[in-house]
Design a protein around this ligand. Structure first.
Ligand code: FES
Length: 125
């Protein structure tokens, strides 16, 4: 009876290594993100888009579109916005949803530059 209860508890309560418990990610280098470009990295199980803006700032957002969850891209060649190719939503560099069916902004992360590395962390908003 007790082994069954253990299995049931483990099934109902995810362990501490679940993606939602990840608080910080360190990228050892940002040489591969030149100005006006972006890169998608994994933050636990979630994709995060890190953009190096035309003015030299680094910004990061959870990359799943707030409509149905497709991963957004950065439009370096045109608008310098985030685009969702699934149904056409667009987001500005603050993450704000501008056009399309996306109902909410992208969720931002805090970005800290430490010498040659970037530290991404959840914001407690
Ligand atoms: S999933 Fe992005 S617009 Fe629909």
């Amino acid at each position: 009876m007790i082994p069954f209860a253990n299995v049931l508890v483990r099934f109902l309560l995810p362990g501490p290594s679940s993606a939602s418990s990840m608080e910080q990610l360190k990228l050892d280098s940002f040489d591969d993100i030149p100005m006006n470009s972006a890169k998608v990295v994994r933050f636990g199980k979630e994709p995060v888009i890190v953009v190096h803006t035309e003015t030299g700032q680094f910004k990061a957002f959870f990359a799943r579109c707030t409509h149905l969850g497709c991963v957004v891209k950065y439009d370096a060649e045109g608008t310098s916005q985030f685009l969702c190719n699934c149904h056409g939503s667009t987001f500005d560099l603050t993450g704000k949803n501008l056009t399309g069916p996306a109902p909410r902004p992208l969720t931002p992360l805090r970005v800290t530059v430490e010498k040659t590395s970037l530290v991404l962390s959840r914001r407690n908003v």
